[in-house]
Design a protein. Structure first.
Length: 231
């Protein structure tokens, strides 16, 4: 699977929906997409947004950053690293920002976007903004762990997560995901689209977050296998 294949498939789906009489599309994109981006993921998201707009259908484009909750990947796996290692490698200066949104706030946003007419583009961000370093410190604090932070070049952080990924059978973070994170692409100055604060959620759930590694590959494989079995 490539970004180009995903874009082509999305265009086919949009056209099929239009032919079937669908009147409105709610599309989940990503914050800060750009047709000029050097990153294939962000450029591809912008191309799919362009296809949605060009379809002539009513639309709502919802652009999340990081989604947190009971089954999230990024926040959980940061906590997993925090629980198992005495130090945590911060790529670069750690000042690049993240605006996470709670999964139930995101779901409510999507449901509302489906119900309300008119074309709109919404940055799906929560009420709190963190530098990446402060985010890791918060997760460690709420998990009850003392942690040493080490600043390393992005290449060193990537190699470390690539090795860990081989051990857990997953892709922890791709090179492009590192580039997007460190380029401040997971930040937005838009008003909060949901009320739930990550800091408060971690206070209530810090004792259980990160107990197990959350595998993106395994989750995808299980869903795909389930579909193939007819479930």
């Amino acid at each position: 699977m490539t970004f180009e294949t995903a874009i082509r498939n999305s265009r086919l789906l949009i056209n099929a929906a239009k032919d079937a009489g669908v009147r409105r599309i709610v599309h989940v994109s990503i914050v800060n997409p750009s047709l000029d981006s050097a990153l294939g993921y962000y450029r591809g998201k912008a191309q799919v947004e362009q296809a949605v707009v060009a379809s002539g259908l009513e639309y709502a484009i919802v652009r999340p950053t990081v989604i947190f909750g009971a089954e999230d990947i990024l926040i959980n796996n940061i906590a997993w690293f925090v629980r198992r290692f005495p130090a945590f490698a911060i790529p670069g200066d750690g000042r690049y920002r993240v605006r996470p949104i709670y999964v139930e706030d995101m779901a409510r946003l999507l449901a509302d976007a489906a119900d309300h007419p008119g074309n709109k583009v919404i940055d799906a961000v929560g009420p709190e903004s963190f530098s990446f370093e402060d985010l890791v410190r918060l997760i460690a604090e709420k998990s009850g762990r003392r942690l040493r932070l080490i600043h390393v070049p992005m290449s060193a952080a990537y190699v470390a997560t690539a090795v860990t990924g081989r051990l857990v059978g997953d892709v922890v973070l791709t090179w492009q995901e590192y580039e997007g994170l460190m380029s401040d692409l997971l930040a937005s100055h838009a008003p909060a689209a949901g009320p739930t604060r990550l800091s408060e959620w971690l206070t209530e759930n810090g004792d259980r977050v990160g107990r197990r590694y959350a595998s993106e590959v395994q989750r995808h494989y299980e869903i795909t296998s389930g579909n193939q079995r007819g479930h």
